[in-house]
Design a protein around this ligand. Sequence first.
Ligand code: ADP
Length: 659
Amino acid sequence: MNDQEKTREQLVQTLAQSRRQTEELKTSKAELERTKEALRGEINSLKIALESAEAGTWSVDVLEGARTWNDHCPQLFGLPRGTFRESYQDWLDRVHPDDRGRVQREYTQSLEELTDYQTEYRVIWPDGSVHAIASKSKVFTDQQGRAVRMTGVCWDITERKRTEEAIRESEDKFHRLFENAPLGYQSLDENGNFVELNDTWCKLLGYTKEEVLGRNFSEFIHPDFREHFKENFPKFKSMGYILGVEFEMIKKDGSEIIVAFDGKIGRHEDGSFKQTHCILSDISERKRAEEAILASEQKYRALFEGSADATLIIDDNKFVDCNDAVVQMLRYRNRADLLRTHPSELSPPMQPDGRSSYEKADEMMAIAYERGSHRFEWDHKRADSEVFPVEVLLTAIPVGEKKILHVVWRDITKRKRIEREREDLIAKLESQNAELERFTYTVSHDLKSPLITTKGYIDILREDLAQGSQEQVEDDLSRISAAADKMDILLRDLLELSRIGRSVNPPEDVPLAELVNDALERVGGQVDDKGVQVDISPNLPTIFGDRLRLLEVLQNLIDNAVKYMGDQPRPRIEIGSRRDGGDIVCYVRDNGIGIEPRYHDKIFGLFDQLDQNVEGSGIGLALVRRIIEVHGGRIWIESEGPGQGTTFCFTIPPKSESQ
Ligand code: ADP
């Protein structure tokens, strides 16, 4: 190939190359256009993104110090849109003084080290409010590697900061609560080693967390409980919870406390065991108090059970407890039967003071509740219905909000009987005293009268003797003699009366019919003289007492019946008996002069005579009454009045009572 051809060939190749290059240029230009277009698109998207995120963008020409901002930036500083044309220093002035130094350092450092940086700082708005801003920036360099531009994005994080602050505060609060909760907290892993615990736990046992975490729970409990823990920990894990489990734990100082545990287990998402969560409370004090209560309860129960007094507890008007003395007193089969009984069933319907048991019980309890305690007497009814008196002491004991009643019953049957006997005795003594007074007065008065008569006739006798009148002397002497006789009768009867109380004859069964016959024999003369008809009832009872004294009674009554017959043309005496309730009433009835009702009592008095002219001492009926009373009986008169006849009735109690 010649030079021309070579040159042409070179030209062709050069042309081809330039064509290729032209083609390549065309292609790269198109690519550049496409890239530009894509970049524009991305910038638009970025703008939209920044717009919608309300983010500000800024750029600093490092060499010139000029800053450019997008429209949002001023808003982040509390300024109107588009008004922000400030210098670096103006911007810095708006940063919160506490953050200013740090932000300045970060900025300078980033420029020096050519590193991107991200920061957060607070700004103060013109209205004084504080807002938080986050900023992210990038440093651009020239070909020599010097920083020429810094561009960044900033956005408002005030809300986020507030939320974070609130979360932090609530976490803090929770943490404080958790650590200082009134109850201890502990968490164990599957081997029973501590993984978590709170300050309360540490205070309770006297350890620091560091001394406990990682160690096994069994190291902190009393050796006696270690086996129990080993056995039961797997059960807890499988069951999932525990309630009120008690352990004796050893504190760091070696002292012991009793702790109650409640807990459950925490699981992984797949359901497998993760750790335990337990709360624990120191129940040592409670346990000690419980033990003290138990001891005092045992003491009280021993006193309650051992008391000889019937003791019981009433709550809300129901028996809740009683001792054996109550069961025995009320003759119940056992305590359960008694406690099932309502209090109202243990009393007769009425109390001795005539009030209903129901009302009185209510009133007595109200007084006890008000005053704290109340003592009173009460009639009770045993299981076999026997009624007996008790003295009740009610004591109201406060139990929580309400009050229960502690009740003591004391059987006072014996005391009541003695009281009754004493009262009877006093009444008897009083009446005997009165009778004695009457007696003394009457005796002195009645004995005086024959003495006065005697003295009077002695004087007359003296005169008559002086006058020598024999006839008068005889008369005087016979009057003196009559007065002496009268005195003799009086003294004899008095002696008789005084003997009655000291009756010495032993009591015996005495058929009344026999007594009547004996008495009639003694007074027979008078009966016959006056032609009195005597009717004796058949089937007269047998009475029990002093035969001779009872004979005196009948003799006296028959004697009087005859004596006070008056001018009855058909004198008649009837002797018989009748039943009156539980008593046998014996009677001597006549159809004589009768006695006015107002004298029915009086004539039993000593020396009381309704007609002084009738022969007699007035002691007979006093004697009769005394004999009857000594036998434990009563005597009274039934008479319609003068001319209506008189009936003397008397009772003599049967054998057992009079003995
Ligand atoms: P006296 O010795 O007077 O009989 P009593 O004590 O026996 O004394 O009787 C007291 C009084 O009671 C008598 O004086 C009499 O007035 C009255 N009296 C007693 N019995 C009867 C009777 N059966 N009928 C009427 N009056 C009687």
